[in-house]
Design a binder for this molecule. Structure first.
Ligand SMILES: C[S@@+](CC[C@H](N)C(=O)[O-])C[C@H]1O[C@@H](n2cnc3c(N)ncnc32)[C@H](O)[C@@H]1O
Length: 215
């Protein structure tokens, strides 16, 4: 993240978000339900949610972040862009247990670039809570860098992963097989991945529709 535009402007400009926002928006538009409730976890600067909301006019977006400065940025971007359909940012530590009860009934949960920053134990909690927050038929979209068969896929990724592990033991890239298994164990059906720019992946995982009881 880089500095805000002016001292009185809470907007944060995140160069990475400006680079990947179109690719992420394209996947959201293709995979999301047309209408309903969308929750964004770890919204960061807020640049993603205002950009994506413009292309999903019948979704109601709830951005969240645990960091007050980032929530201020999200709200500043909302006001600046007049983003209809984006609610004021709410505080959410997605690694805390039980938040899915408060945010239940989501048709879409989007999370960009969080899993590699947190420990495996916290990542498991985040993924389980996402699954629990989804309504039947809802979809989780989880973007970031991942290990494939236990390996990074470029020298740059190897360096970044190693730096994360040094800085915060237990953090670092999660293996795509591990993430898929946690999501499946939490009740989501057949997670699949979409290749994204810069060696990143988008995981797409759906909660099955409830099947009505027979006669
Ligand atoms: C690398 S930034 C990604 C921000 C945004 N999604 C993006 O891609 O531009 C990571 C974000 O995760 C948030 N974060 C850190 N720990 C979190 C947690 N336990 N639950 C939810 N968000 C968290 C940070 O405040 C920060 O905004």
């Amino acid at each position: 993240m880089i500095d805000t535009a002016t001292p009185s402007d809470a907007r944060i400009f995140a160069p990475a978000a400006a680079r990947n926002r179109d690719a992420i928006r394209e996947v959201v538009v293709a995979e999301a339900p047309v209408t309903g409730r969308a929750l964004e976890i770890a919204s960061g600067s807020g640049e993603h949610v205002v950009h994506i909301a413009r292309a999903t006019p019948a979704l109601t977006w709830q951005p969240t972040d645990p960091d007050p400065a980032r929530r201020a940025s999200i709200d500043a971007w909302r006001l600046e862009t007049g983003a209809d359909g984006v609610a004021p940012a709410r505080a959410l530590d997605a690694a805390g247990r039980g938040w899915s009860a408060e945010f239940a009934g989501q048709d879409l949960v989007l999370m960009v670039n969080l899993l590699h920053l947190i420990t495996e134990e916290d990542a498991r909690t985040v993924l389980r809570e996402i699954a629990a927050a989804l309504a039947p038929g809802g979809v989780a979209l989880i973007y970031g860098p991942f290990l494939r068969d236990g390996c990074t896929t470029s020298p740059g990724d190897a360096r970044f992963d190693a730096a994360l592990r040094t800085e915060n033991p237990g953090a670092g890239y999660k293996d795509i097989v591990w993430v898929s298994r946690v999501l499946t164990d939490a009740g989501l059906a057949m997670p699949r991945t979409i290749d994204m720019p810069a060696n990143n992946l988008m995981i797409v995982a759906r909660k099955p529709q409830e099947i009505p009881d027979g006669p």
